[in-house]
Design a binder for this molecule. Structure first.
Ligand code: ZN
Length: 97
């Protein structure tokens, strides 16, 4: 966790805290929804726990629960594209480095 003071003028009026760095993981398992083995991208953040995104269908899970699917066009594509942009930073689960 990191905290920063909120300063207005010369006066500190509060503090804002946010979770520290996130950790990204990749796991090559079958997606429980679509069944493809495209891989899952996992993001862990303090306070929020872990969230996994399927790289094939875009469905997401947070702490083991399937997240609600938004009522808008293209949400699967958007989720997959976002996960693919973060994929190079992810460590494979079980990798030693
Ligand atoms: Zn899937």
């Amino acid at each position: 966790m990191s905290c920063e003071p909120i300063v207005i003028g010369n006066e500190t009026v509060g503090t804002i805290c946010r979770p520290s760095a996130e950790w990204l993981y990749r796991d090559d398992v079958d997606c429980p929804v679509c069944g493809y083995r495209a891989g899952l991208l996992g993001m862990y953040q303090e306070w929020y726990g872990s969230m996994w995104t399927c790289l094939a269908c875009g469905d997401q899970w947070q702490d083991g629960e399937l997240l609600e699917r938004p009522f808008m066009r293209g949400w699967r594509w958007r989720n997959v594209q976002h996960a693919l942009t973060r994929l190079p930073e992810a460590r494979r689960i079980g990798a030693s480095v």
